[in-house]
Design a protein around this ligand. Structure first.
Ligand code: SF4
Length: 416
C-alpha cells in the first residue's frame, strides 16, 4: 500500500523504504544511567527507533538528559516519547525527542479538551519538526467512541480517523498510526479497516503494526508473527514492534525477521528452532486467520514439536484454545515489580485451565485499561503489592506479591 513518508530523525518510515524495526526501553526513565545504557544496547542490536516512557512533566528533564547522553555517546537512534494520561507532557516533550506517541483514548479525560490539547500538540510538533504516532489500543479506546460504536475493530479505525482528520486540518503530515490489540483477529481487522478508510480519504499515513501484550516465549512470538505477517503480506505496515514480556533485546530478531521477509531489510541470523517457529507462523498465520485452511500439521518435524507448534498456531489464530489465553504487557518505565517473573509464575500455576483469558500487567495506571477482554487480571501496584481483577473490576487489592498467584488461582478455581 502506497503511503506518505514520515521522517523521524534520519529514519524514513513508509513509501518504498524497508520496514523499520523498533522497540521500547523497560528501565525507569528517572534512572537515566540505566535508560541510556539500555538505549545504546538496543540501538547496537539493531533497533532503528527506541521508545521511552515519559510518565509526567517531572520526567521531561530526564528524557532531555537521556537524549543528550545518547548523542554524546555517538548514537543517533531517534527517540520516541511514550505518553499516556498527560497531554501537557506530550506538548512539553515535543521539543525534546524526534517522535511522540500519544494514545488518544487517554490523551485527556474530556474529549473536547483532548481535541484542543491535540491542536496545541500539533503546533509544537510542527515548530520542532517532531513526528507523532497516533497509537490507539483496543483495550483503551475512549468512552466517547465505545459508547457510539462498541469496542470493535471498526470503532478503533473510526477513532483513529478523527485524529487523522485533525492532522489534515492542521496541515500536519508527520504522522504514523497504530491500532494494536492482543486479539489477533481484532488487530488485523482494525488495520485493514483503517487502511481502507485512509485510502478512501486519499491520504495514507504509514502504519506501525504490532500485537500488544503478546506475552513471551514461543506463544508471544507466534501470536505476533501470525498477525503482523498477515498485514505485511497485504502491504499494510511500515514499522514493526514485537512486544514481548522479556528483555527488549529479545524482540529485535523477531521484528528483523518480519522486516526482512516482507521488505528489503537485512535478515537476522536466528537459531534453527527459532527460524522454524517464525517461518511456520508467517507461512500459516494468514490462511488460518482468514479461514482459508482449518488445520495445520508439520510431518517433517519431530512429532512432539510438530504437534506443539500446530497447537500454538491454532491458538494464536484463535481457531482452537487448548490452554488459557494469556495477555501480558512487555513492561516499561512504569513497571514497578518483576513482571517477567510474575508472568512465569502465573503461567506455571494456571496452564491446566482452559477457556479463560488471564492478563498480567506491569502497572496499575495503564494496565487495567489495557487488559481488553481478559477474564482475570493480575496487576502490579508497586511496593510489593498486587491487585487482582475480575474483568474490569478490582476484586482483591494490595495483596502481597508472595500470595497473589495463590489468590488468583483460588479465585479462578472457585468460579469454575
Ligand atoms: S501496561 Fe505495561 S507496558 Fe503499558 S504502561 Fe503499564 S507497565 Fe508499561
Amino acid at each position: 500500500m502506497e503511503t506518505r513518508v514520515v521522517k523521524v530523525g534520519d529514519v524514513l518510515i513508509g513509501g518504498n523504504n524497508p520496514i523499520v524495526v523498533q522497540t521500547m526501553c523497560n528501565t525507569h526513565t528517572d534512572d537515566v544511567d540505566a535508560t541510556v545504557a539500555q538505549t545504546l544496547r538496543l540501538a547496537e542490536a539493531g533497533a532503528q527507533l527506541v521508545r521511552i516512557t515519559v510518565p509526567g512533566l517531572q520526567d521531561v528533564p530526564h528524557i532531555r538528559e537521556i537524549k543528550a547522553r545518547v548523542r554524546a555517546a555517538g548514537c543517533d537512534v531517534p527517540l520516541v516519547a511514550d505518553i499516556h494520561f498527560s497531554s501537557e507532557t506530550a506538548i512539553a516533550v515535543a521539543s525534546v525527542v524526534e517522535k511522540v506517541r500519544i494514545n488518544p483514548g487517554n490523551f485527556h479525560r474530556d474529549h473536547a479538551e483532548a481535541r484542543r490539547q491535540f491542536a496545541r500538540f500539533l503546533e509544537e510538533c510542527k515548530r520542532y519538526g517532531t513526528a507523532i504516532r497516533i497509537g490507539l489500543n483496543h483495550g483503551s479506546l475512549g468512552a466517547y467512541i465505545v459508547d457510539r460504536y462498541g469496542n470493535t475493530p471498526q470503532a478503533m479505525a473510526l477513532a483513529a480517523m478523527e485524529w487523522i482528520e485533525m492532522c489534515l486540518e492542521a496541515a500536519f503530515y508527520q504522522v504514523v498510526v497504530s491500532l494494536k490489540a492482543s486479539n489477533t483477529v481484532v488487530m488485523i481487522e482494525a488495520y485493514r479497516e483503517l487502511a481502507r478508510m485512509m485510502q478512501e480519504r486519499g491520504v495514507v499515513f504509514p502504519l506501525h503494526v504490532g500485537v500488544t501484550e503478546a506475552g513471551n516465549g514461543d506463544s508471544g512470538r507466534i501470536k505476533s508473527c501470525v498477525a503482523i505477517s498477515t498485514l505485511l503480506a497485504e502491504g499494510i505496515g511500515n514499522t514493526v514492534r514485537v512486544s514481548l514480556t522479556e528483555p527488549p533485546e529479545n524482540e529485535l530478531p523477531v521484528a528483523q525477521y518480519l522486516a526482512a521477509r516482507y521488505s528489503a531489510a537485512e535478515a537476522p541470523v536466528l537459531p534453527e528452532r527459532d527460524g522454524i517457529v517464525l517461518k511456520a507462523a508467517c507461512d500459516y498465520g494468514k490462511p488460518l486467520l482468514d479461514r482459508t485452511i482449518d488445520t495445520v500439521s508439520f510431518p517433517e518435524l519431530e512429532p512432539e514439536f510438530g504437534a506443539y507448534l500446530a497447537d500454538e498456531l491454532m491458538q494464536a489464530c484463535r481457531r482452537k484454545f487448548y490452554r488459557p489465553e494469556y495477555i501480558a504487557c512487555p513492561g516499561c518505565g512504569r513497571t514497578m515489580y518483576n513482571l517477567q517473573e510474575a508472568f512465569e509464575a502465573v503461567k506455571a500455576r494456571t496452564g491446566h485451565l482452559q477457556d479463560v483469558v488471564i492478563a498480567v500487567m506491569g502497572c496499575i495506571v495503564n494496565g487495567p485499561g489495557e487488559m481488553a477482554d481478559a477474564d482475570w487480571g493480575y496487576v502490579g501496584e508497586g511496593g510489593g503489592k498486587v491487585t487482582i481483577y475480575r474483568g474490569k473490576e478490582p476484586v482483591l487489592r494490595h495483596i502481597p506479591d508472595s500470595e497473589a498467584v495463590d489468590k488468583l488461582v483460588e479465585l479462578i478455581e472457585s468460579e469454575r
